[in-house]
Design a binder for this molecule. Structure first.
Ligand SMILES: Nc1nc2c(ncn2[C@@H]2O[C@H](COP(=O)(O)OP(=O)(O)O)[C@@H](O)[C@H]2O)c(=O)[nH]1
Ligand SMILES: [Mg+2]
Length: 339
């Protein structure tokens, strides 16, 4: 079994999102009564002219999370029993798709991320420049992260970058956004977590990946679900299963060798106007904290020769591609890792 993703299909590539759909933001929450209302209140009401709907996926909380989230104005989806973060994110994505979301974003309910930074994540999706945007803490501003966490995050990010063959700078970020088609197509193979397997799934299907800098501060209340040994015991087999199923789904299609892949240049697109505009309409009176914004690169395997992709035998929904699957290749390219 190969230990890295197979070569992905060409990226979907499409223009700005059309249609009236809202931006759906959901917060997976398990026993977060101390912070959930404040996080809900920081979700902007509008982003780039689109209405923002806020959902809280209450993962079988035993405290007042659901009640306080509803009082703060969120729609609460409550699970009777705790199922795990991966299952909660699956539920949130499905609910967003059901609501016809133009883009969907999610972040923790523990105040580690700031939903007022929403536009940074969904802007590139609504403008049609990316399908999957991850808020990078390491490219942004980390106000507090435990040293052992930092080490673990960097080590796991390095492994994910290797396995995914993609320039990933923060593999475990809890603030992410997906286009409607990417959300409908996303598969999370375990209930325990989503961080690595969601990225592998979307990259394997050819969705365009972008990281944007965000602010982060380790939680000051409640308890993280992460226990290092249990985390690795659950995540490593799930990553293995994820790789296996993508290799199997390509079973009959000859893919390029590792040597071929290593010699292939990555296509890099630079988002236009690499500047963050803070959302003008926010439920919060405080200005959003802004990490120093740097130009970010959309990454996708745009130089892969077109071939049919499969998703467990199911055809992937692909919007028409005006650029023929190619992102603009710019003179200012992100560092290309050759392996
Ligand atoms: N602890 C825990 N959190 C969950 C669960 N399901 C959903 N969550 C929520 O998922 C988000 C991320 O979890 P968290 O423990 O903060 O993970 P960390 O940020 O990686 O330390 C938080 O908003 C949690 O409340 C679960 O089963 N356990
Ligand atoms: Mg957290």
């Amino acid at each position: 079994m190969a230990i890295r993703l197979p070569a992905p299909p060409p990226p979907p590539g499409h223009g700005p999102v059309a249609g009236p759909g809202p931006v759906v933001v959901f917060l997976p929450a398990h026993d977060e009564e101390a912070t959930v209302a404040e996080v809900v209140a920081r979700v902007p009401e509008l982003v780039l002219g689109r209405r923002v709907e806020c959902l809280v996926v209450d993962d079988g909380s035993g405290d007042r999370t659901a009640e306080l989230a509803a009082a703060a104005g969120a729609t609460v989806l409550s699970a009777a029993a705790n199922r795990g973060l991966g299952a909660a994110v699956r539920t949130g994505l499905a609910a967003a798709v059901e609501r016809g979301a133009a883009a969907v974003a999610f972040c923790d309910a523990d105040r580690e991320y700031d939903p007022a930074e929403l536009e940074r994540l969904v802007g590139p999706i609504l403008e049609g420049r990316a399908d999957y945007v991850v808020g990078s803490r390491f490219a942004g501003e980390i106000r507090r992260m435990l040293p052992q966490r930092r080490l673990g995050n960097l080590a796991l990010t390095g492994l994910l970058r290797f396995v995914a063959r993609a320039p990933i700078g923060d593999g475990q970020s809890g603030f992410r956004a997906l286009s409607g088609p990417a959300a409908a197509d996303a598969e999370i193979v375990h209930d325990y977590n989503y961080a690595q397997v969601l990225t592998l799934d979307l990259l394997a299907k050819g969705y365009r990946y972008l990281e944007v800098p965000i602010g982060y501060q380790f939680r000051t209340t409640g308890r993280s679900f992460v226990r290092p040994l249990r985390y690795l015991r659950r995540v490593v087999p799930a990553v293995w299963r994820e790789l296996d199923r993508h290799h199997r789904s390509r079973g009959n299609q000859p893919g390029p060798s590792d040597v071929e892949l290593a010699s292939r240049p990555l296509a890099v697109g630079l988002p236009e106007g690499a500047e963050c505009r803070a959302s003008s309409s926010s439920r919060s009176s405080t200005a959003p904290s802004t990490a120093a914004w740097s130009a970010s690169s959309t990454w996708s395997p745009a130089t892969v020769a077109p071939r049919t992709s499969s998703n467990g035998g199911r055809a992937l929904p692909r919007p028409p591609d005006p650029d023929g699957g190619r992102l603009p290749v710019l003179e200012r390219a992100a560092p290309v890792r050759r392996r």
